[in-house]
Write a protein that binds this ligand. Structure first.
Ligand SMILES: [Zn+2]
Length: 244
């Protein structure tokens, strides 16, 4: 088996769309639709099953083992629904999308300073379609805030209110959280746990296993036009790498 059955990659995607020009600062956070399809198809062909972060938890706790990996999408872009979901459904994979609860139907206006064209975010109905296809709804705060940089009462509100709103809208428990910009510290980590989430992902690179704090899970970023085989070897490399 190429990938180990005790440490699991959680892939981190943002947008699935034709790659923007090299001048676009967020090009590296986009993966072309055909590249995404090839990546998922290769994993499937080798017998691996993609799971939402919630469904991956028993594997991370060491209660289960198998040929699985995690799939996550940050921010809730419409292009995830149009380009990624059909591929996931076809292959029988599930995934987690981290929604910015205060921005349904809006745009990634938090990237206003970045040299990038804005992209539309899913509407509430889009989010319900994502749920109805068996995928997980995670929280990415209300306003895509860098949590360690705001007072405690603000970060607490962003964590609890986004969870509450997503649960009311979806009728499901929201267990998974993702730190905007990967920004976290000990205070925020404890606030996420206290808000009732079961896990949280970061932008720290690596594979996850039972030794990880479930509120500080590392991920493998998937950038630009990376080939499917290269991505697989990248995951395998991170699995054997010792944590620093
Ligand atoms: Zn984000």
């Amino acid at each position: 088996m190429l990938l180990s059955a005790t440490r699991y990659p959680i892939l981190m995607y943002h947008q699935i769309r034709p790659l923007p020009p090299p001048s676009d600062r967020l090009r590296g956070l986009s993966v072309a639709p055909d590249a995404f399809r090839r990546q998922m198809t290769l994993f499937r062909r080798l017998g691996y099953r993609g799971l939402s972060v919630r469904e991956l938890q028993p594997y991370l706790r060491g209660e289960r083992s198998g040929k699985v990996f995690g799939i996550s999408f940050d921010d809730g872009f419409v292009n995830v629904l149009t380009h990624a979901m059909p591929v996931l459904d076809e292959l029988g994979f599930t995934a987690t999308c981290y929604f910015v609860a205060g921005r349904f139907g809006g745009e990634n206006d938090w990237d206003a300073d970045a040299d990038t064209a804005r992209s539309p975010l899913m509407t509430c109905d889009d989010m319900l379609a994502w749920r109805d296809h068996g995928h997980e709804i995670g929280s990415h705060t209300l306003d895509h805030i860098a949590l360690p940089h705001v007072p405690t009462y603000v970060s607490d509100f962003q964590l609890t209110e986004s969870k509450r709103q997503l649960e009311v809208l979806s009728g499901q428990r929201v267990e998974s959280f993702c730190y905007p910009y990967g920004n976290q510290d000990a205070r925020v980590r404890d606030q996420v746990a206290a808000a009732g989430y079961g896990n949280a992902t970061t932008t720290r690179r690596g594979c996850a296993d039972a030794s990880n704090d479930p509120f500080l899970l590392p991920r493998i970023p998937v950038a630009g036009g990376v080939g499917a085989l290269r991505l697989l070897f990248k995951c395998a490399r991170w699995q054997v790498r010792r944590r620093g």
